[in-house]
Design a protein around this ligand. Structure first.
Ligand code: GLU
Ligand code: ZN
Length: 496
């Protein structure tokens, strides 16, 4: 692409606000956004909410919130506006009615009076005769008498698009040359009998009116592309637009468990679940980028700025991509490790609050403690939510501190309690309460004097102090917890 083309790039992300946003949606948004940003183009966000039975305001609100959480800034769209608004299709019905009328008057679409039963019957017949099913063009050229007859019967027509009787060929930006034969793309409905316009009309009409140059979307929509290409030509013919037909690129399927397409209903498809567990947007987006694209052969970890700089459609892989949760987690963990400690500490707060480890109003002391504790867990977390179990022991008040019963049973048995007792004695009069002093005192008392293996020496102390067998580093944890609370917990653990 030359630079002058590039300046004109306009892409759109145009979800329908139904259900909960899913991974496939975010992948589509990401590829469009990265493409726009790479070319210094325009990222249009449009809401395709023309299906009143399925769309909901709640879904719409969630969609916008998730888009903002992921960090997709849109140049035109809801709450931002722009020269081609409104960007919610439910606010554009007048436009669609006008376009439908012009297509009809221009002869590019026609009224079809067939009932669905009649069409089903004819399709069944076609199948039994070995012909391709699909609308057979019966109403393409009705006489005035036939129309009058249907009207007299009380039939209400749908508006049907007249497909050209020739193959439609285009070069997909991901999959190369693709050709559709006319018998496989029959005339299709644009407007229902009740006057309601369908996706088949409103999506390409808005792409035309919003001067979209590139349509990047999932492979599941490939079959609508020949229809849209034909409709585009008709829109130009009847003077709705003079925009060129966009280029199309179909992103690969995402496969879930057992070689099946990842479905919106699969739990790992739910985008909100990732935020709840504590994926950071940087990590999730990095992973989603790999569903059909790669920055290089030997590096999987990158920032969005790096993706934008490197993003080329030529490198999008047409083969199905496999969704791999473990890999997503590993990538998220890598991003957590690169965060600045203050930043990470700030991001942990809502997760600790949701689990009531921290109160609504975090005190200055709690904040300072969290800041000091964060480096202890930064390398150990895959998702932010794990901090709840790892750091809870530091913030809980002594009255409600409790130990994991299984861990306590196992490690605070008679032997364990003897170890904890020796630890108490060794620490009681420690002159300075810091990590090296604590470590030295415990090593001397437990490993050297008692002759214990480190695992047997520190396991019971760890459960006594943190309540769990797995915790952040022990001596640092004790320093952060403080002398008084640490000695308290060691005393408590001896009671058994
Ligand atoms: N609203 C459509 C969908 O979410 C958009 C499809 C397209 O990108 O053309 O499936
Ligand atoms: Zn018909």
């Amino acid at each position: 692409m030359t630079d002058s083309d590039a300046a004109a790039v306009r892409v759109r992300f145009c979800p329908s606000p139904t259900g909960s946003p899913h991974v496939g949606l975010a992948r589509t948004a990401l590829f469009n956004w990265a493409f726009a940003r790479h070319h210094g183009g325009t990222f249009v966000f449009r809401i395709e909410d023309t299906d009143a039975a399925r769309d909901s305001q709640e879904s719409y609100d969630t969609l916008l919130e998730v888009m903002r959480w992921l960090g997709f800034d849109w140049d035109e769209g809801p709450e931002v506006g722009g020269p081609h608004g409104p960007y919610r299709q439910s606010e554009r019905y007048d436009t669609y009615a006008d376009v439908a009328r012009r297509l009809h008057e221009g002869g590019r679409a026609y009224h079809c009076y067939c009932s669905s039963e009649e069409i089903d019957e004819r399709n069944a017949k076609a199948r039994s005769e070995g012909r391709a099913p699909g609308y057979d063009g019966q109403c393409r050229s009705l006489t005035a008498e036939q129309v009058a007859g249907y009207v007299a019967e009380g039939r209400k027509p749908v508006l049907r698009f007249r497909m050209p009787d020739e193959p439609i060929t285009f070069t997909d930006l991901v999959r190369g040359d693709i050709s559709f034969q006319p018998e496989n793309v029959p005339d299709y409905v644009l407007v229902r009998a009740n006057g309601h316009p369908l996706y088949t009309l409103v999506n390409p009409v808005d792409d035309a009116l919003m001067q979209i140059t590139h349509v990047l979307r999932g492979e599941d929509l490939l079959s609508s592309t020949p229809r849209q290409i034909a409709l585009y030509a008709a829109l130009r013919d009847v003077g709705v637009t003079d925009a060129a037909t966009p280029r199309f690129g179909h992103l690969p399927y995402v496969m879930g468990q057992g070689n099946k397409k990842l479905s919106k209903r699969d739990p790992e498809a739910n985008l909100l679940g990732y935020r709840e567990r504590g994926f950071v947007p940087e990590g999730l987006l990095n992973y989603l980028a790999l569903l059909g694209w790669a920055i290089s052969e030997d590096n999987d970890i990158f920032t969005m700025a790096e993706m934008v700089a490197a993003f080329r459609l030529e490198r999008v892989n047409p083969n199905p991509a496999r969704f791999d949760l473990k890999k997503a987690e590993a990538i998220n963990a890598a991003h957590l490790r690169t965060l600045d400690v203050d930043d990470l500490a700030t991001r942990l707060v809502p997760y600790l609050q949701a689990a009531e480890v921290l109160p609504e109003q975090v005190t200055h002391d709690q904040q300072a403690l969290l800041r000091r504790a964060t480096p202890l867990v930064q390398e150990r977390m895959t998702v932010l939510g794990e901090a709840v179990d790892m750091l809870g022991f530091l913030f809980v008040d002594e009255d409600s501190f409790s130990r994991d019963p299984a861990d306590a049973d196992k490690l605070l048995d008679e032997n364990g309690r003897a170890v904890v007792k020796a630890a108490s004695a060794a620490l009681a009069d420690l002159p300075t309460w810091d990590t090296p002093s604590i470590e030295e005192a415990l090593r001397r008392a437990l490993v050297e004097d008692m002759g214990l293996k480190p695992r047997h020496a520190f396991g019971p102390v760890r459960v006594a102090i943190t309540g769990r067998r797995v915790s952040p580093p022990l001596f640092e944890s004790m320093e952060l917890l403080g002398r008084e609370r640490s000695l308290n917990r060691l005393a408590g653990a001896q009671e058994g």
